[in-house]
Design a protein around this ligand. Structure first.
Ligand code: GUN
Length: 285
């Protein structure tokens, strides 16, 4: 079998067009959705991600600002920036790019963001809403995966979904979103004993461990849907996912590439969450 490759870029374009309509409807009422990204320090990968986020906002006609703070910014200084944005009526979505430099407590910073502007969906209020029901702001990467599955016509209900990775950004919210769609969900980590036994049982396999080419073809059930969330560099410096594309594409039914798979969806859902934040705040105002 050769897997059908899911074109994240094409799906992202389609979804962006849908959200542009909602953004335009707000603009017709005099509200331009606005997003602020705060980046602390000069991690090159984070800078690329942030530039792409700002670019996507501009593409959809959103207002965006990009706050660059030096690596030695104090916690009080960063919290003051967050508070300024919490109180800025032109800003509907606030994102603090992670990871933060080690001297800063990311949990404290996330909790300082107004939950109604938490377009990353990382605030405890929104995480709690995700656990108990529906959050207004599903975190962008797992949200993008769900939309990608839906647009590809992949049924989730009753399927066995295996998520490899337990991060707050991807693994845990991914498992919950799949559970809400009535999948049977298993969460594994890179340390799970006999990991392949679990992954081979997956109808839908989501790899989010952060290790290059970690999931091999012999760990995948024939015909499974394989979603690769990883963004890694291999020994030659080439961008690659958590899934060994060459061997898995011979076994899987569907497979997302890296780049051009989940990445464009993540950024799209950030724009979507920002538009939704503006819609909600405009009702509250
Ligand atoms: N760093 C890597 N992914 C993310 C993300 O989705 N949001 C934020 N804020 N930082 C990240």
């Amino acid at each position: 079998m050769t897997a059908q490759i899911i074109d994240g870029k094409a799906i992202a374009e389609q979804v962006r067009a849908e959200w542009k309509e909602r953004a335009d409807a707000l603009k017709a009422r005099g509200i331009t959705p606005g997003m602020a990204v705060i980046i602390v320090g000069d991690d090159p990968a984070s800078k690329v991600y942030v530039a792409n986020k700002v670019k996507a906002c501009a593409q959809l006609g959103l207002y965006s600002i990009h706050v660059e703070l030096p690596a030695d910014t104090s916690e009080a200084g960063l919290l003051a920036e967050v508070e300024k944005l919490n109180n800025d009526p032109a800003i509907h979505g606030i994102l603090v790019q992670l990871p933060l430099p080690k001297h800063l407590d990311s949990h404290k910073v996330i909790e300082a963001i107004n939950p109604d502007k938490d377009v990353d969906g990382f605030h405890e209020k929104n995480v709690g809403a995700l656990v108990t029901g529906e959050t207004p702001f599903p975190s962008c990467t797992p949200y993008g995966v769900m939309v990608m599955l839906e647009k590809t016509g992949i049924a989730i209900e009753g399927k066995h979904a295996v998520v490899v990775g337990r991060s707050n950004i991807v693994g845990k919210p991914m498992a919950l979103l799949l559970l809400h769609k009535n999948a049977t969900v298993t969460i594994c980590t890179s340390k799970t004993v006999d990991l392949a036994k679990h992954t081979r049982d997956a109808d839908i396999l989501v790899a989010a461990v952060g290790r290059a080419n970690f999931i091999k073809g012999d760990m995948v059930k024939p015909g499974a849907v394989v979603i690769d969330v990883g963004i890694n560099r291999n020994a030659e410096g080439k961008l690659c996912g958590d899934v060994d594309f060459a061997s898995v594409k011979e076994v899987a039914g569907y497979l997302t590439p890296v780049p051009g798979g989940v990445g464009p969806m993540t950024i799209t859902m950030l724009v979507a969450n920002t538009v939704r934040a503006a819609e909600r705040l405009s009702v509250q105002a």
